[in-house]
Design a protein around this ligand. Sequence first.
Ligand code: UD1
Length: 419
Amino acid sequence: MNKLIIEGGVPLAGDVRVSGAKNAVLPIMAAALLADSPVTVENVPHLHDVTTTMELLGGMGVSLMVGDKMSIEVDPGTIDAYRAPYELVKTMRASILVLGPLLARHGRAEVSLPGGCAIGTRPVDVHLQGLEAMGAEIEVREGYIHARCSRLKGRRIVMDVVTVTGTENLMMAAALAEGTSVLENAAREPEVVDLARFLRAMGAEIEGEGTDTIVIHGVPHLSGTRYRVLPDRIETGTFLTAAAMTGGRVKTLATDPELLESVLLKLEQAGARVNTGADWIELDMRDRRPKAIDLRTAPYPAFPTDMQAQFMALNCVAEGTAHIIETVFENRFMHVQELMRMGADIQLEGHTAMVRGVDHLTGAPVMATDLRASASLILAGLVARGETRVDRIYHIDRGYEGIEEKLARLGARIRRIPA
Ligand code: UD1
């Protein structure tokens, strides 16, 4: 198993190009199943989760072609199986995103139940209740969701919790349903908005994306299109946080500052100077130590849970004490134990972590436990004295494109070694 070796202590400096958003490309590739003709998705990041999605679609008989300029053509016309097997779903929970499109377009689907994962139980009850309300017959047996329907019917659905992939599954299903659907308490994440735009480019009639009420007028057919995925706001935020922690100056390119206002505000509160343009963000923290910042994660537009672990790493070396409250997932503090092995001073009490900034962290062998936790360990390694070895980095490859190459270009002493 590969490891990352990091020698800390270099302030990051330079420009870094941000990749397409993981959490937008996955639902968009699943939504291609709804079309009658081939779809071309551009700005696709080179990530393990994208490979898994290709395996998932390919396993159903869908034809896929990787083109130049980071594009993938998905031809859903060759589909001959309607199943998402456990072997793939267990490695990528987002596989559940094929459920809505398969039902809406083909009237049947068998999708393995995702089960628990490192950051919590993460049920899919809201997805299933919504699809049942639209007329699907759903049975869970032998670990699989077995679903069938004739044409789905548009409905008003009030979702119990704000769920990103739940909103996306129902929006995709409603796009081909008969009549109008209204999704209340919908997620407002930019990736939900991107999916709505993609569906509209295929001919769907959708209004209200980006608010908590999305209205979808079902249409009988959707056709292929060409679509460019939006930039990854979490990757952007991760590089900016790395710059802030190391006392560096980094400009992120090909991104969009409007996607991460809550994160930029916190970085400014930590003492960083932030400048933005239409598609870039520059952060300057030269010669300064970050100040501790309290934060509370919540659905968009509040502070994202996917940036919590990285800000925990920042607070570990900040001046003062910070309280971090995680409200989205019940078990998303797996990085705490590993950060403490590097000398961090953190106390956990339920959903709150109290982080007292220390003068310095010390390099140590650490283990990545989930995607964003891995990012926080790399960030900690960048400021630690001595060598940090991050094990189980397959987690990081799920969601960050070439992270060690991008960091190395900013001056970081980081390399990947085979175990
Ligand atoms: C998505 C993102 C993930 C991010 C998360 C929260 C993708 C592929 N992944 O995950 O990176 O961390 O949003 O921003 O886009 N819940 C239920 N019942 C359901 C569905 C969810 O109780 O049917 C709960 C979950 O357990 C969790 C909360 O709702 O506590 C939010 O989860 P959700 O928004 O669904 O996360 P994902 O869509 O899986």
